[in-house]
Design a protein around this ligand. Structure first.
Ligand SMILES: Nc1ncnc2c1ncn2[C@@H]1O[C@H](COP(=O)(O)OP(=O)(O)OP(=O)(O)O)[C@@H](O)[C@H]1O
Length: 275
């Protein structure tokens, strides 16, 4: 299938520029190729989703943007600088609930990166952390330890901790995948609301088509292992309320077909086929 791409409007420079990135792992004498020649741009304030089947290299791409995995070919630039190592300008939220040190309270967890990065003196770090804890609705739990919180609450702490750092880009790797369906929906809603209150730039990995449509304003579809770009779609018209609509269902079906090669990919309005 030929990849589809949005017709790029002339505009500002991308904040994140990923170009022809091939990622591979070496274990002993074997080499595992995770992605091949993947390119995409993320602009400031985008909610950009990487969507694809298990093993297509979504997490590896996020790791590479995070600076934890060097491309074997291609380049990654953030704000015009080549990414070569991790940095506090890229904070990550993972799926695992144990990403919060259990011996630190919610407040201490959110303050920790601010202090470790030397961003703020303690009093200001505390004030900033309390602000973000309030933004995610956990003020009453500021003194609680992670083991006393539900999965959704732990993810909210992780989001507060990341956003308190005011990263250039927030990296989220299937952050809601381990939650029950209702909580997952609530978390998608809360994340979207946080973004609407004060937009940030998001790079979000999921293998749920519905989640991609709700969370993202742009979606990169990746082919199965090793991941190559299959299509890039605009999804800004969808919010949580549109979940059951015919338009939403049609978009979900179209993505499904593109991902699994089950229908000829006639370009939709605003898209064009490229090589
Ligand atoms: N540390 C590693 N060492 C060797 N191979 C790895 C490593 N991490 C990932 N891989 C391989 O790279 C490929 C891409 O993995 P990755 O986790 O990036 O995919 P994914 O799309 O995020 O999958 P999932 O949705 O299942 O998390 C897979 O074949 C995987 O087995």
């Amino acid at each position: 299938m030929r990849p589809l791409r949005m017709v790029a409007p002339p505009g500002p420079e991308p904040l994140l520029r990923v170009r022809d990135v091939t990622l591979q792992y070496r274990s002993g004498s074997a080499t595992v190729r995770a992605t091949q020649n993947v390119s995409f741009d993320v602009f400031e304030g985008d909610r950009f989703v990487l969507l694809g089947p298990s093993g297509c290299g979504k997490s590896s791409l996020l790791k590479a943007v995070g600076g934890f995995l060097a491309p074997s070919a291609g380049s990654i630039e953030l704000a015009g600088r080549t990414v070569t190592q991790p940095g506090p300008d890229r904070m990550a939220v993972f799926q695992e609930f144990d990403q919060l040190p259990p011996w630190k309270t919610v407040l201490e967890n959110v303050m920790f990166p601010l202090l470790a990065a030397g961003r703020l003196p303690r009093a200001e770090a505390r004030e900033r952390a309390l602000h973000w804890i309030a933004r995610v609705g956990l003020t009453r739990f500021a003194g609680a330890y992670p083991h006393t919180l539900s999965g959704g609450m732990k993810q909210r702490v992780a989001i507060a901790r990341a956003l308190a750092m005011q990263p250039k880009v927030l990296l989220m790797d299937e952050p809601f995948a381990a939650l029950d369906a209702l909580t997952r929906r609530t978390m998608q809603e809360e994340l979207t609301k946080l973004w609407e209150e004060a937009p940030f730039t998001l790079l979000f990995v999921t293998h749920s088509i519905d989640e991609a449509l709700v969370v993202g304003n742009g979606i990169l579809l990746l082919s199965p292992h090793p991941g190559r770009v299959r299509a890039e779609l605009n999804s800004h018209q969808f919010g949580l309320a549109s979940g059951g609509s015919a338009e939403f269902q049609a978009a979900a079906q179209r993505i499904h077909d593109l991902l699994f090669d089950e229908a000829p990919a006639a370009p939709a309005p605003g898209e064009r086929a490229t090589r």
